[in-house]
Design a protein around this ligand. Structure first.
Ligand SMILES: Nc1ncnc2c1ncn2[C@@H]1O[C@H](COP(=O)(O)OP(=O)(O)OP(=O)(O)O)[C@@H](O)[C@H]1O
Length: 297
């Protein structure tokens, strides 16, 4: 059972009837061949909040987002986003925005042209496209909008992708590693934009393997490990053991006792009884965390 699986005695275990639920996943599973890369995922994201999917490389974050955006059909289970079943991608696209892990680039276009093209695909009027584009280019400090996107740096492409994801003012936005390739200043701006979206009533679901990003913006956090949501709870209850650090810079695995001291501990549900503990190993990648799954005592 995943940490968020509804108790068996709840009416039908489906939050879709809850008007506050913008994203509901009900036993969502994705298998490739015999391998389950996302397994039995139960998730409910309240409208107007920011949800962070945190986990190391290969944990299943992108696959989860691709299922929730209707791009990867689930092998099992179901999900609704903004009240729309993810199987109905045609209806879903008007409700959602999506920043994929690799920013889609139309090499022959300038940044401005790419955004205008996307706006038209989303049914926006020219005046609306122009207004939103100018406002967001300024907000994200992207001043090369008339250069061809093929000449953009990774960070600039990320900004174009983010504008594309939000310019049509969707009710739910999915951001896959939104701060990847951004410098600290741009990272701060993106965090602010995410917070502003939620303040304006937009629901944001973002994936990252960077703990401070989640701590800064997310209302709730789900920790993915090997395709399962191993812990879930309010981000303000994330706890890191003092004095522990992130990773071994040389990428060598230290001895187990030293490893245990070095790895940050995340406990969700502070002050509650710990029931088990799972080591999420990411060596030598950028996240290596021990998760203590807790439940009320
Ligand atoms: N089309 C596919 N066919 C087979 N396996 C796949 C496919 N797509 C993803 N996987 C596998 O599913 C697992 C989860 O991948 P996913 O990209 O969802 O993880 P992630 O948490 O987003 O990782 P990252 O942070 O590196 O992007 C990985 O082991 C990956 O190799």
């Amino acid at each position: 059972m995943t940490p968020t699986e509804p108790p068996a005695d709840e009416s039908d275990g489906n939050d879709a009837a809850d008007p506050k639920a913008a994203v509901v996943a009900d036993g969502l599973t994705k298998r490739y061949g015999d391998t389950a890369v996302v397994e039995d995922l139960y998730l409910g994201i309240e409208a107007g909040t920011v949800y962070g999917l945190l986990g190391p490389n290969g944990a299943g974050k992108t696959t989860t987002i691709r299922m929730l955006t209707g791009l990867a059909p689930p092998t099992d289970g179901s999900a609704r986003v903004a009240g729309v079943p993810v199987s109905d991608r045609e209806t879903l696209v008007s409700q959602i925005g999506y920043l994929p892990e690799s920013t889609p680039i139309r090499g022959q276009f300038t940044g401005r042209e790419q955004l205008a093209h996307h706006g038209r695909l989303r049914g926006m009027e020219s005046r609306e496209i122009d207004g939103r584009t100018e406002a967001l280019l300024e907000r994200l400090a992207l001043d090369s909008a008339d250069d061809r996107v093929v000449t953009y740096s990774k960070g600039m492409r990320r900004k174009v992708g983010l504008i594309q994801a939000i310019m049509h003012e969707p009710s739910v936005v999915f951001l896959d590693e939104p701060t990847a390739g951004l410098d600290p200043r741009a990272t701060r701006t993106v965090r602010e934009v995410v917070t502003e979206l939620a303040d304006g009533g937009t629901t944001v679901c973002l994936s990252t393997h960077i703990l401070p990003v989640v701590e800064a913006v997310a209302d709730r956090v789900g920790i993915c490990h090997e395709g399962e949501l191993v812990a879930e709870g309010p981000s303000k209850e994330l706890r890191r053991a003092p004095g522990r650090h992130r990773s071994n810079p040389r990428g060598r695995l230290p001895p187990p006792d030293e490893r245990a001291r070095r790895e940050p501990v995340i406990a969700i549900g502070a002050g509650q009884r710990s029931t088990d503990s799972t080591l999420i190993s990411g060596y030598p990648s950028s996240i290596s965390i021990r998760v203590r799954t807790v439940q009320p005592s």
